[in-house]
Design a protein around this ligand. Structure first.
Ligand SMILES: Cc1cc2nc3c(=O)[nH]c(=O)nc-3n(C[C@H](O)[C@H](O)[C@H](O)COP(=O)(O)OP(=O)(O)OC[C@H]3O[C@@H](n4cnc5c(N)ncnc54)[C@H](O)[C@@H]3O)c2cc1C
Length: 428
């Protein structure tokens, strides 16, 4: 979609806005278009696929999405991020303001519809330890995404560490691109992993076996985590621990994965309540407590691609006023609970940072500096923690885990949701 470089924000209207073109957004879009709804589809990336299908959609979905992209009822706003959201009470509609990060000189786009589906997915969770901010250390999913986009990993010595199946998916990508994986360090115990494997449904067990076969030969250690990282200006080595023994390992890249967190900023800006787990609260039909606002996928709780697809399809049925089948969702939620139970974090993994370890990377605030304050609000005011480019998306959850500060419900979200050029702030 083209916008002009000068003048008023462009305004678009439809029956439904979907934010997010990952599996949940895709699964919702197709039935809505088929039922004759006019849809505005907003996605900050340049193409559909979300996190899991970043390198391309599976064949089954590709054909359907390609057909949908030329559907006359669809207005596509790819490459656009939502920076503001509110409910127009007089018009009983949701209004969002969009910005194109790749074309910062353009005016913003204002989109409005009586119904909104939030399919904003999740992001990686980080836990700090001494050295965790060294160049060469990324999220495991981030490393995977970089490699899929062509980052040169060939010949580099890579360690994947943290918890959960994303470590294996990232290892698979890195290995295919020629990276040398020295170790996958999984913090969950061997007993927990065996119980997880034994409780997998047949289809997931077959997938896991296929992945394990592709990763054969790579050392995999359970009950093991990275205790610290060191290097002169960039990562050169890590210290590993089992709680009983520690040892050093030289490496060039470290991908960390401690699970995912739901992306809820947009929902919070609109006033949707969150669950105790920090996800968007929804009913059995994926409706939030705000009229016309629905949510689906990882933003309603982390659970993997099957949950996102089931919830996207269910939300679409509810938005059409129909009763959808929730059986696929129930199955996917069961798997999500199974995953969470067996990959819960070892207490020691939450206690690795020392007083000089940076917690807020944007504003360079250490754990020691934060500990001088009572709560998140006071720490923000005194140290600027959470006030940098990431707006507390990384350090907020860390402070919750390490200091017990409830930051998620109380992040004080303000427009714009991300940094924008000044001329956009001057628009009416
Ligand atoms: C970095 C990363 C890598 C992952 N890799 C894998 C993998 O290899 N295998 C696997 O099984 N699972 C992977 N996952 C888990 C994966 O997220 C889910 O299984 C699946 O993609 C979830 O689908 P979803 O539609 O709920 O969310 P997502 O796929 O995350 O899609 C959400 C979409 O919403 C868009 N969005 C969010 N906020 C805004 C906004 N304000 N404005 C505009 N657009 C917005 C995002 O750009 C994204 O495309 C990964 C997760 C992450 C965070």
């Amino acid at each position: 979609m083209n916008t002009t470089a000068h003048g008023e924000p462009q305004r678009l209207q439809a029956d439904v806005i979907i934010v997010g073109a990952g599996p949940a957004g895709i699964a919702a879009l197709l039935p809505l278009l088929a039922a004759g709804r006019r849809v505005i589809w907003v996605e900050q990336s340049a193409q559909a696929g979300g996190q899991i299908w970043r390198a391309g959609l599976p064949a089954h979905w590709r054909t359907q999405v390609e057909a949908a992209l030329s559907h006359p009822l669809l207005q596509c706003c790819f490459g656009h991020a939502v920076i503001d959201a509110h409910i127009e009470t007089t018009e009983q509609a949701v209004s969002l303001r969009l910005y194109q990060p790749a074309q910062p000189n353009q005016v913003s786009v204002q989109v409005q519809a009586p119904q909104l589906l939030l399919a904003t997915g999740g992001r990686e969770r980080f836990l700090p330890f001494p050295g965790w901010t060294l160049p060469g250390i990324t999220g495991a999913g981030g490393l995977q995404a970089l490699v899929k986009q062509g980052w040169p990993i060939e010949g580099q010595r890579v360690v994947l560490a943290g918890s959960g199946p994303l470590l294996l998916a990232a290892a698979d990508t890195v290995r295919q691109a020629g990276g040398q994986i020295l170790l996958i360090a999984e913090q969950a115990s061997r007993a927990s992993l065996l119980r997880f494997a034994a409780g997998l449904p047949a289809a997931k067990a077959a997938q896991a076996t296929g992945l394990a076969w592709r990763l054969r030969g790579i050392p995999y250690r359970s009950g093991t985590w990275v205790q610290s990282a060191s290097g002169n200006g960039r990562l050169q080595g890590i210290q590993l621990s089992t709680g009983r023994e520690t040892w050093a390992l030289d490496c060039d890249a470290l991908g960390l994965g401690f699970g995912l967190l739901p992306n809820t900023e947009l929902a919070q800006m609109l006033g949707c309540p969150l669950t105790n787990d920090g996800a968007i609260a929804v009913d059995a039909g994926m409706a939030t407590s705000l009229p016309g606002v629905y949510a689906a996928g990882e933003c309603t709780g982390i659970g993997g691609v099957d949950k996102s697809v089931a919830e996207g399809a269910l939300a679409a049925q509810s938005m059409l006023g129909r009763t959808g089948t929730s059986r696929p969702r129930r199955g996917a939620l069961k798997f999500a609970h199974h995953l969470q139970r067996h990959f819960s974090l070892h207490p020691e993994v939450l206690q690795l940072a020392d007083s000089s370890t940076p917690i807020c990377r944007c504003e360079d605030v250490s754990l020691g500096q934060l500990k001088a304050h009572q709560d998140w609000r006071e720490a923000k005011l005194q140290t600027r923690c959470g006030m940098g480019a990431c707006q507390g998306r990384i350090c907020g959850p860390i402070c919750e885990s390490l200091l017990g500060w409830p930051t998620q419900q109380n992040r004080g979200l303000r427009t714009p949701l991300q940094a924008v050029p000044l001329h956009l702030l001057a628009e009416d």
